[in-house]
Ligand binder design. Structure first.
Ligand SMILES: *[C@@H]1O[C@H](CO)[C@@H](O)[C@H](O)[C@H]1NC(C)=O
Ligand SMILES: *[C@@H]1O[C@H](CO)[C@@H](O)[C@H](O)[C@H]1NC(C)=O
Length: 390
């Protein structure tokens, strides 16, 4: 009543006109002006109302986007909302609209309207509550390089009320990483961080975002070198060394070295040696390289001499080599020094297991391999082990 002395605006005059006999006025108060809801969730639009005390409420309903001169449609009768709306009011004059399975097209202004029994007096809470609907969307850098930091963001198009964000990697909740607000912080990215990321809000885990892939670039790792055929390697046969390594982007160059040599003996993922001789015995290194770095793998190639077996049979299984120097020379036309060749072969026969190659960690080659490498005739300038790339 205190406003009477000032020139009141028109709506206020209207309000004063309908003030009830006991002083209570019509009013509709919403708890929020704007609500941000996750697509697919259930949302409540709540508030309280008052009405002149001598009146009783006959009906209350909700409608959207009031337009002057257009008849108001009760939301519960709107086919777009069919089966998705429920109205609640209670003795304390609380009211709520429960809207389930919220959709993007539900983004409207929602107004509550009360109609009294007497004289069809009515009241509408305008401008109502603005409903916004969002999905969750993961924003990541397309690609990060190992060692860098990366921030993944769970984006919404409106501000949810006090959301707690949850992150998933390949479908499993992430608990070990730093999550701050809607961001997942990867401090030092490793190749293991590559994967498919999605996010959700606690309480709405079933409404998670679509997954987004994070690619990590890294130098070659987990290198391995294999030999085929895998049995004993016999002079005159051929063999293929294959280098494989995990890298992103994939390995660009493979380079092959033979221990003791400084220049490469081949390139490409495979290194094929045809017509093997004992001179091919030794350690072979494969270097795998992409633009982020390189890694080495090593394999031992041990060649068994068929001729040596033949000699042993010929001399009745006598393995004492000192007596038969000339024979070895005759059977080893490629060798410059029969002694040298002999030592290599003897060492192979006596110390190597049946499968005569072993993939080696470069740091862990055992002394017996060093012995072999030293004894082998590769230091001879005329020996050029070669390797055909496929
Ligand atoms: C809104 O009202 C409903 C009951 O009508 C209640 O379950 C819900 O918790 C209320 N929500 C808020 C945000 O007050
Ligand atoms: C390398 O191998 C290890 C052990 O097998 C494995 O845990 C790791 O994921 C591999 N790394 C890559 C980048 O594949």
């Amino acid at each position: 009543m205190r406003s009477l002395r000032m020139a009141p605006p028109l709506p206020l005059i209207f309000l004063l006109m309908i003030v009830g006999a006991f002083g209570t006025e019509w009013s509709v108060k919403y708890n929020q002006q704007e609500i941000c809801a996750l697509k697919g969730s259930t949302v409540f639009i709540n508030g309280t109302y008052t009405h002149p005390e001598h009146l009783t409420v006959r009906a209350a309903f909700w409608y959207i986007d009031p337009v002057k001169g257009v008849k108001l449609t009760d939301l519960s009768k709107d086919p777009d909302y069919s089966g998705r709306v429920e109205y609640f009011t209670d003795e304390q004059k609380h009211f709520s609209l429960k809207l389930s399975d919220v959709m993007k097209k539900d983004e409207h202004q929602y107004c509550f309207r009360i109609i009294a029994k007497v004289d069809k007096q009515k009241w509408t809470g305008k401008p109502g509550v603005r409903l916004r609907v969002t999905e969750l969307h993961v924003e990541t850098p397309e690609e990060v390089t190992e060692g860098e930091t990366a921030d993944l963001t769970c984006k919404t198009t409106c501000s949810l009320t006090d959301p707690t964000f949850i992150w998933y990697k390949n479908g499993r909740p992430l608990t070990t990483k730093t999550i701050k607000n809607n961001q997942l912080h990867l401090q030092t990215v490793s190749s293991e961080d590559a994967g498919s990321y999605s996010c959700a809000v606690r309480g709405y885990q079933h409404l998670s975002s679509t997954a987004h892939n994070l690619r990590v670039r890294y130098p070659p790792k987990n290198i391995s070198v294999s030999i085929s055929p895998s049995g004993g390697i016999v002079e005159g046969s051929s063999l293929t060394l294959t280098c494989s390594s995990d890298a992103n982007p994939p390995v660009k160059n493979y380079t092959w070295f033979k221990e003791g040599g400084t220049s490469p003996v081949g390139s490409g993922q495979n290194c094929s040696i045809i017509n093997i001789t004992a001179d091919h015995t030794g350690l072979y290194h494969c270097e795998a390289q992409n633009e982020h770095g390189a890694q080495n793998g090593t394999v031992m190639v041990t060649v068994k001499s068929q001729s040596l077996y033949a000699v042993w049979i010929a001399v009745g299984g006598n393995a004492d080599p000192n007596a038969k120097d000339d024979t070895y020379t005759a059977l080893q036309p490629t060798a410059r020094s029969s002694d040298n060749v002999y030592h290599t072969l003897a060492a192979v026969q006596s110390s190597s297991p049946d499968d005569t190659y072993t993939a080696l960690d470069p740091q862990s080659s055992s002394p017996e391999y060093h012995t072999l490498a030293i004894d082998s005739p590769e230091t001879n300038d005329d020996v050029k082990p070669y390797c055909l790339s496929e």
